[in-house]
Write a protein that binds this ligand. Sequence first.
Ligand code: ZN
Length: 249
Amino acid sequence: MSLSKTKGVVLRTINVGEADRILEIFTDDRGKLRAVARGVRKIRSKLAGHLEPFTYVDLLLAKGKGDLPVIAGAKALSHYQGIRTDLDRVAVASYLSELVGKLNADEDVSRQVLSLVRAAFSALEGGYEPRLVADYYQWQAITLAGLRPDLYACVECGRKLFPNELAFSPGLGGVLCKECVAVDAEAIAVSPEAIKLLRAFTERPFAEASGILVRAPVRKEVSNLLERLVHHHLEREPKSRRFLDLVGK
Ligand SMILES: [Zn+2]
C-alpha cells in the first residue's frame, strides 16, 4: 500500500454512507485536497477526535480504490478548541474555510494560504472580535488569490486615486475615480476612512491592524464592500455567509 504524509487544516466535512466522511483539507504541500475518513462517525473511532472541522492535523494518506485517498492515520496538532465554544467564532471560521476552499483551486499549493487560515483561527481563539478577524483575513485571502483591488489606482483609467469621491465597482472588482464612476451604475461610494482601513489591512500585520480605532459605520462599510467583492469573485454568495449573517443579528 502506498502511503504519503501531509499536514493541513480540515476545512469542512461531508457525511457519506453509514459511518464515513469526506474531508476537505487545505494542506501545506498539495493545496486543497479531499480524502475519505472511514468509520469516523462510529463511537469508537480513534480518528474522529483528530478530524473535526478547523483542526490542524498531521495526516497519513493511503491510495484508495476510488479517486480519493483514504486517511490511514491522523494526529491533531492544534484543535483550536476555543473556536467551538462560541457560535460567532464558529460562523467566522466556517466562512473563512469556505472562502479559502473556493478561492483556491485544488492543485494550488500554498503554505501561505495554510498560514493564513491558521493565523485566522488563532486570532479567533485568542478572543479577538470575530467580525474583525473575518474582515482582515478575507482581505488576505483575496490578496493571496491575486484578486485584491488596487487601492491606489483607478481600475478603469489607471489614474492615481485620491481619497475623496471614490467608488467601489463590484462588477469590475476594483475602485473607480470620480471621472470613471459612471462606467458602473452599481458602483458604491466608499469613504476615505474605509479605503484607509483597507490600506492598513494590506500593509499591517493583524495585531497592529486590529488596534486601529475605527468608527462602527466605517467597519460596516468595509464589511459590506468585502462581501460584495467576494460575491463578485465567486459569482455567488458563499453558503456559510447566511450562517454568519444570522449569528451576527
Ligand atoms: Zn478613473
